[in-house]
Ligand binder design. Structure first.
Ligand code: BT5
Length: 331
């Protein structure tokens, strides 16, 4: 632990005033050095009171993901073997793609407090208010053909929705990549991007945005009634560091299961979280649109829809909405 973190740990532990002298003795540094660390902590958003005769007292910690704590919680996990925490970036997916091209190893995670150009699918945007939600991207190097890459969105969907449910949120998965509450309000989105070599995957970036502590006012008017957060659903704020660790550890477990057994190994879990089964849907996939009744997914992750002529169709890419609704996050 560096000196700055040790000062912080001492203040957190005391929960009361600690004299500069005591801190200096504990860390084996000068009182001036302690003061410098306290100033640096204040610069990082910690509210620290300083009273002449009593010393320093920690009043409030910034609500930021704690990179060091996150790394500690993920020790031993493949996903999160390296964690890059950024304050502001355009898109963590773009960053992770860049790291992939530079040869970064599998499991590297890029996380940001805020995105200024968060990406959805098909050129759509992901609203990424500062300091309230999770925006993270995971670099993976699975040895799979490119046509199987979309399965990784489904794998991530299992991890996100399972953690959502464990947090007490009644969420489910809308094929292919939305985690929704009440079948309608979007809690999380997943964007999988690939870099390909001939017909094999060179690397994949799985980007996950989860609305955690956002309030309704953090979303644009356009998303009113369409976006939700764990706070909105439960009235409870969550520690984003702990939540990110749980999510990444679960993703690690799901990814290992996928590598060992293919998507079939995850399909039963995915089906247990599905929200569209048995419902009338409209499918807009590249080159065709049709309506029908959703019949779940097959073991490769393709969506099965019985069209109005009674033909079972298999959808591999596209958007699915409940019939009569409009827009990809409407159902
Ligand atoms: C997605 O796209 O749902 C994928 C979102 C992936 C976001 C993560 S954040 C970390 C990583 N870095 C990135 O740059 N991206 C990933 P799509 O299915 O196309 O849905 C996009 C639509 O969801 C938008 O057009 C809006 O209607 C809606 N939307 C945008 N921001 C939202 C938010 N914060 N919460 C809920 N819905 C949102």
């Amino acid at each position: 632990m560096n000196s700055r973190r040790r000062v912080l740990a001492a203040l957190e532990e005391a929960g009361d005033y600690v004299s500069g002298e005591a801190l200096a003795a504990r860390l084996g540094v000068s009182r001036a050095a302690v003061w410098k660390h306290v100033r640096a902590l204040a610069g990082a958003g910690y509210e620290i009171e300083s009273v002449r005769s009593r010393g320093y007292r920690l009043l409030a910690a910034p609500d930021a993901v704690d990179a060091a704590a996150l790394r500690g919680l993920l020790a031993g996990s493949g996903v999160g073997s390296r964690v890059v925490c950024l304050d502001v970036t355009r898109s963590t997916n773009a960053d992770a793609m860049g790291l992939g091209r530079e040869g970064e190893p599998e499991g590297t995670v890029v996380l940001a407090e805020e995105q200024t150009a968060g990406r959805g699918r098909l050129g759509r945007t992901w609203e990424s208010s500062r300091g309230v939600n999770l925006y993270l991207s995971v670099l993976l190097r699975p040895s799979i053909p490119i046509w199987n890459a979309p399965q990784l969105s489904l794998v991530a969907g299992v991890a996100v929705a399972e953690i959502g449910r464990e947090e007490g949120i009644d969420c489910g998965i809308k094929w292919p990549n939305d985690v929704v509450v009440g079948g309608r309000r979007k809690l999380a989105g997943i964007l999988t991007e690939i870099e390909a070599e001939a017909d094999r995957v060179a690397f994949v970036v799985v980007g996950i945005g989860v609305n955690v502590n956002a309030k309704a006012e953090h979303f644009s008017a356009e998303l009113e009634g369409k976006a939700t957060s764990m706070l909105i659903e439960s009235g409870k704020r969550r520690d984003r560091t702990a939540l990110a660790a749980k999510l990444l550890a679960r993703l690690d477990e799901c990814y290992r299961a996928y590598l060992a057994g293919g998507f079939a190994a995850l399909a039963p879990r995915w089906r247990g979280l599905a929200v569209l089964d048995g419902r009338r849907v409209e499918v807009a996939s590249p080159g065709e649109s049709f309506a029908g009744v959703c019949a779940g997914i097959d073991d490769d992750g393709g969506l099965l829809v019985d069209d109005d002529a009674g033909v079972r169709r298999r959808v591999l890419a596209g958007d699915v909405t409940l019939e009569g609704a409009y827009g990809p996050c409407e159902p």
